[in-house]
Ligand binder design. Structure first.
Ligand SMILES: Cc1cc2nc3c(=O)[nH]c(=O)nc-3n(C[C@H](O)[C@H](O)[C@H](O)COP(=O)(O)OP(=O)(O)OC[C@H]3O[C@@H](n4cnc5c(N)ncnc54)[C@H](O)[C@@H]3O)c2cc1C
Length: 414
């Protein structure tokens, strides 16, 4: 069996589905192949913060600017996939006072709205915060639901003539005369293997990008990093609580239905399919989060889940600005980098900036294929924004819910 398309996209996380949506809106035919269910990788196992950018404002202002821009865009095109909780950065006695001031100023420099709040005010509004809270500032953080967001992108792919195939694993990449020409895909349902030929292949397999690259004879050194999220009963939590200090383990707590989700850690691993899930990581989450919200120490732990960040570990030559290991995304043009045209890899990034990543990749693919249609994803609403019914069947079809959404059964469905 042989299929054919303009662009074959490997990986059905938020990145792969959003690239297919972007290209579909520009008139290209696409096929997404995902080895498991949609959002089976980092996307369905992430924390759920739609960053305002405040977390990065001091250390990485470019990322912070990208976050606030995309945060505003998603409120417009995908407000059905997020909860407008707002967020606070809170200072405890042991935190560096000057960091608080630097953070606030850096946010303003990056165009992020901040509103200072005195300790008495914030504790009156959110009494679960520690009595030791010294001061805080409010930022436009929100909670994002990655599964309906990914499904909404997939629905739009189909509406524009594309195909999204789950339980379809890429087992080989076709290389003809030094050029990537498609892939061999094994379908679980019919236990059959299909050849899909394509004008261009995009490798959006996240933490698994190294394996997919190896199938094309390309070296893509990844340094995957695991992180834990711990879910506890906490019905009163109604906003995002960030500890105001340089990014550290367990310093963000998100409201999710009747629970709080505490995250996270960052520990480098070798294999995204086989790594240790350590008790110390879970304990550390409770210990750290209890400093800002003391009642978390006695709250019932509902469950924990782990995700793996698709961090790229390439050499300095792979990065435009020479940084080795970044949380920004990296586009690898394999024609230029490896003399292996026909394939592009995208790795890294954050869910908050997924649309911008997809736009960058799609611009690149379009220029390779001689297509001059502009990107429309920043203004075209995602399916379901104006009519939740549009997503209902697709949520069931692509379900069950991944770990990051297990409690969000009424997201979109109500
Ligand atoms: C612990 C943690 C917390 C995070 N928290 C946040 C947060 O709060 N806010 C935020 O903005 N970002 C957050 N992120 C980052 C965000 O989740 C990721 O950047 C994003 O989800 C990456 O999406 P992706 O599609 O590139 O990768 P993935 O979602 O990993 O998708 C890659 C897909 O490729 C598939 N695949 C692999 N190999 C093959 C193959 N051979 N054939 C077919 N398919 C294949 C996988 O099954 C997978 O579904 C977090 C990440 C982690 C790990």
């Amino acid at each position: 069996m042989v299929g054919k398309t303009d662009v074959l996209i490997l990986g059905g996380g938020i990145t792969g589905t959003a690239i297919a949506r972007d290209l579909g809106l520009r008139g290209l035919d696409t096929i997404v192949v995902e080895r498991g269910r949609l959002a089976d990788g980092a996307t369905g196992n992430m924390h759920g913060l739609l960053h305002s950018g405040a977390r990065y404002a001091v250390a990485d202002p470019d990322s912070a600017r990208d976050c606030i821009e995309e945060n505003r865009t998603l409120r417009n095109i995908a407000n059905h996939c997020l909860d407008e909780t707002g967020g606070y950065f809170v200072q405890l006695p042991e935190d560096d006072e000057s960091y608080f001031e630097r953070s606030k100023k850096a946010c303003l420099d990056c165009g992020i709205d901040v509103e200072s709040v005195f300790a008495e005010e914030i504790r009156e509004e959110h009494p679960y915060l520690s009595s030791e809270t010294e001061r805080a500032f409010r930022v436009p953080d929100a909670v994002i639901h990655p599964f309906p967001l990914t499904v909404a992108n997939a629905v739009d792919v189909r509406e524009h003539g594309g195909t999204v195939e789950t339980h379809a694993e890429v087992v080989d990449v076709l290389v003809e005369d030094g050029t990537v020409a498609g892939a061999e895909v094994r379908h679980r349902e019919a236990s059959k293997t299909e050849t899909i030929r394509a004008e261009h292949v995009v490798n959006a397999t996240g933490a698994w990008a190294e394996s997919a690259g190896a199938m094309a004879g390309i070296d893509i050194p990844m340094r995957p990093s695991k992180g834990v999220m711990v879910v506890v009963d906490f019905p009163s939590l109604d906003t995002v609580v960030n500890r105001c200090r340089p990014a550290a383990d367990g310093d963000i707590v998100l409201p999710h239905e009747n629970t709080a989700i505490i995250g996270t850690t960052s520990v480098e691993i070798d294999n995204p399919d086989d790594y240790t899930k350590a008790q110390w990581e879970e304990d550390l989450m409770i210990e750290e989060a209890s400093k800002t919200i003391p009642d978390i120490s006695t709250a019932r732990v509902v469950r924990s889940y782990w995700g793996v960040r698709p961090l790229f570990g390439g050499t300095a030559a792979d990065f435009e600005d020479g940084r080795a290991q970044t949380r920004d995304f990296v586009l690898l043009d394999h024609g230029e980098r490896d003399d292996r045209p026909g394939m592009t890899t995208i790795v890294g990034g954050k869910l908050t900036t997924y649309r911008q990543m997809a736009e960058t990749v799609s611009d690149h693919v379009c220029s390779e294929l001689g297509v001059s249609e502009p990107c429309r994803t920043a203004t075209e609403p995602l399916p379901g924004r104006d009519d939740p019914d549009e997503l209902r069947d697709a949520l069931d079809e692509f379900g069950p819910l991944p770990p990051a959404e297990e409690l969000a059964s009424d997201v979109i469905r109500d």
